[in-house]
Design a protein around this ligand. Structure first.
Ligand code: SF4
Length: 217
């Protein structure tokens, strides 16, 4: 990975580590900015840090992280190949859901991360990141199972690993299907004539890509 790419993200990380733009700064142990390859083809976007993430400053270190690693491995990817971030960078108290004003205050970091990493594929894990980046109120159960064309790249929404850990075996099977889409998107195998995987209609993001800080590759 290039030094320039590392520095681009480190500048932003330094800003986030000092951030007090929302109330979540009051209860955090550490800001969980994000982790992984700053030039990754795939960026995963979760919801918010949990207790262990808050303690260690790294996203997806608990059981959800283990499941994520397993699913990555099943499609020939490793954690070091990807980048992982969350919608909000500080842990909500008692793991409550992040509130709209907190998401609003924090989304500039995610936008900048996506712009600076410029991945081929963005994977949203669960409702919060899927609704934010697809700009939809439709829940994850209905939007998943498809790779969306999204500002010059693909966006693959899937369940949060925590949902698979507490849910039915079907949730895990659905995630396996979605991880197959991620692999296809990385390999450029979506929507080609030799492949019958369809790229779904975008849930039309009505957000201005410049506002999100996203531009085509
Ligand atoms: Fe800043 Fe985001 Fe942490 Fe809020 S959650 S204090 S906006 S880094």
């Amino acid at each position: 990975m290039s030094t320039e790419a590392v520095e681009r993200l480190n500048e932003l990380r330094a800003e986030a580590l000092a951030c007090t733009a929302c109330r979540l700064s009051e209860g955090r142990t550490q800001v969980v900015f994000g982790d992984g390859d700053p030039e990754a083809d795939v960026v995963f976007v979760g919801e918010a840090p949990g207790q262990r993430e808050d303690e260690q400053g790294v996203p997806f270190v608990g059981r959800s992280g283990q499941l994520l690693d397993q699913l990555l491995g099943e499609v020939g990817l490793e954690r070091k190949d990807v980048y992982i971030a969350n919608v909000v960078k500080c842990r909500p108290p008692k793991n409550r859901d992040p509130r709209p004003d907190e998401i609003e205050a924090c989304k500039r970091y995610l936008s900048e991360q996506l712009q600076r990493i410029n991945p081929k594929v963005v994977v949203t894990l669960g409702n919060f990141s899927s609704k934010l980046l697809l700009k939809t109120e439709t829940g994850i159960t209905r939007v998943r199972g498809t790779a969306y064309e999204w500002w010059g790249r693909h966006l693959v929404p899937t369940f949060h690993p925590a949902a698979a850990l507490r849910g039915s075996a079907q949730v895990l099977e659905d995630m396996r299907y979605d991880f197959g889409l991620i692999r296809d998107a990385v390999d450029g195998n979506l929507g080609g004539e030799s492949d019958d995987t369809e790229v779904g209609d975008p849930v039309k993001p009505d957000v201005d890509p410049e506002q999100l800080g996203l531009f085509g590759r």
